[in-house]
Ligand binder design. Structure first.
Ligand SMILES: [Fe+2]
Length: 280
């Protein structure tokens, strides 16, 4: 099997990280991360599957290391925060843009950005104990997926997040992180709804003008239950799903409607387009 097609296994990855940490600390853990991504990101993506929304998945909760799978929604950003522990990021899908800040807010109590680092697919970056960073997925159409590995009991440590802006330091909490992810997923749902509107309008419009076949023979001679077969009339299909049921079904259920359809056929012997909503 080619190396790039070797399957990614979460338990094996966690075990390798823990063994590396035990043996030689953060640099050894980063070697594991580099080696995993170096085999190719596709097996990792296949393991986690296609994301539908932003989420944070704890692969190992500590206390030695905390290993997380972070999935950032298209266009999502996560506010500036610290960790009070070394941390590494390894991206297996998309791009993470990391804004880094000076650890001491020197001017007006507001964080001062020092540099921006793009972490692309297959790349890993080790950050120091006092790093403060803001994370963004700049891509408006695709998700970013990344491993975040914290050297220590990160989930139970005291940390800060600058929220809602870079002048507002507040204690970080899992509840606030959940709120931020929930807001990102609401934005994602709204963006999907907006993107779907033109298509829905097109479908409604098409449904309002699409002719459906009405069986004249099935409606005729007092034999409304017979299936459609020969001569045909057409009528407009209304836009609602309930009223776009096939005309032959309507015939079976409502002989009077079928009789009207037959009348239409007899009058015109051809296609008729009725206004949307006209059931007759
Ligand atoms: Fe972070």
């Amino acid at each position: 099997m080619p190396r790039s097609r070797r399957k990614f296994d979460i338990d094996e990855f966690v075990r390798e990280c823990l063994e590396a940490w035990e043996a030689d600390g953060a640099d050894a853990v980063k070697d594991v991360l580099d080696r995993t991504l170096g085999r190719g990101c596709a097996p990792v993506r296949e393991c986690f599957g296609d994301p539908r929304e932003a989420h944070l998945q704890v692969l190992y909760p500590g206390p030695e290391l905390v290993i997380e799978n972070m999935v950032w929604a298209p266009g999502m950003s996560y506010p500036a925060h610290n960790h009070n522990t070394p941390v590494m990021t390894g991206v297996y899908a998309g791009l993470e843009v990391n804004d880094f800040y000076h650890p001491s807010p020197l001017i007006g109590g507001r964080l001062q950005r020092t540099e921006t680092v793009d972490i692309g697919e297959g790349d890993a970056v080790l950050m120091g104990y006092d790093a403060i960073h803001r994370i963004a997925n700049p891509n408006r159409r695709s998700f970013t997926g990344a491993f975040h590995i914290y050297m220590g009991d990160y989930l139970h440590s005291s940390r800060s997040i600058w929220y809602p802006d870079e002048a507002s330091e507040t204690p970080a909490s899992f509840a606030l992180t959940k709120d931020i992810f929930a807001a990102a997923n609401r934005d994602l749902a709204a963006a999907r709804a907006t993107a779907a509107e033109p298509e829905q309008r097109r479908r409604r419009s098409a449904a309002g003008l699409t002719a459906v076949t009405v069986s004249a023979s099935g409606a005729g001679a007092g034999n409304a239950a017979k299936p459609a077969a020969t001569a045909k009339a057409t009528k407009a299909a209304p836009s609602s799903g309930a009223s776009t049921a096939s005309a032959s079904s309507a015939t079976a259920a409502a002989p009077r409607r079928a009789a009207k359809a037959r009348t239409a056929t007899q009058k015109a012997a051809g296609a008729h387009l009725h206004p949307p909503g006209d059931q007759g």
